[in-house]
Design a protein around this ligand. Structure first.
Ligand code: C5P
Length: 218
């Protein structure tokens, strides 16, 4: 029988990873942060001195890229070829180039395969952009998490401040909108609500409220 699957998709900074991680903990499921995987490939390209626009060179890296997750609080630890990259994959440079790398067909094919593999291990909460539509189309629960762009920019701003990353609010808002645009308009599995996904709007909602709403659905 298929393990229980919870798919959470939505635009940038809607709160997906925060919520997914708490749900996974509460239900004793594994948590898979698929955005971190696309970020890790993007960082691998940067470290190899590859131009993000050079699709063939980025794709050629895939067989040598090992991505691992280790539990941690408040965030999971992410390892790229054995090196911890938890912080490095969240830099503004990676954030602003990941959509370009994530649009490459061979990158998506490779990572979707790895994500489906990870979901074999047991009950899973997976967050991303194409989980309900492509990675786990049979998921029992599909959530499409949204929030107003102003609130998402505010959240990202506070998060960045806490991590000592400088960026003003209007710039962050513009970057979020641009990333959403690229993610929604790419050719292969663009960000879109799965037909059978339930929309949860987190604007003005606390983390606890959103967790309660989705727990009820699960
Ligand atoms: O979720 P996060 O903001 O970390 O995702 C970073 C980027 O990775 C997204 O903007 C998108 O370009 C890509 N992504 C994707 N498909 C997923 C998860 C993330 O294309 N399932």
């Amino acid at each position: 029988a298929q393990n229980f699957q919870v798919a959470i998709d939505g635009p940038a900074s809607a709160g997906k990873s925060t919520i997914a991680k708490i749900l996974a903990h509460n239900f004793h499921y594994i948590y898979v942060d698929t955005g971190a995987m696309y970020r890790a490939i993007t960082l691998a390209a940067k470290l190899a001195g590859i131009d993000y626009q050079d699709e063939a060179a980025v794709v050629a890296l895939l067989p040598q890229v090992q991505i691992e997750f280790k539990p941690g609080s408040p965030v999971q630890h992410v390892f790229l070829n054995g090196q911890e990259v938890t912080e490095a994959i969240r830099s503004r440079e990676i954030t602003n180039h990941v959509s370009q790398v994530a649009a490459y067909a061979a990158v998506r094919q490779d990572l979707v395969g790895r994500q489906q593999q990870l979901a074999q291990a047991g009950g899973v909460v997976m967050d991303g952009r194409d989980i309900g539509t492509t990675v786990l189309p049979q998921a029992q629960v599909k959530i499409y998490l949204i929030a107003s762009v102003d609130e998402r920019a505010q959240r990202r701003y506070k998060e960045n401040q806490a991590r000592g990353i400088a960026a003003d609010l209007p710039t962050l808002k513009k970057e979020i909108e641009q990333r959403d645009y690229l993610d929604s308009h790419r050719e292969i599995s663009p960000l879109t609500k799965a037909q059978d996904a339930q929309v949860v709007d987190t604007t003005g909602q606390s983390i606890e409220q959103v967790v309660a709403t989705i727990s009820q659905i699960i």
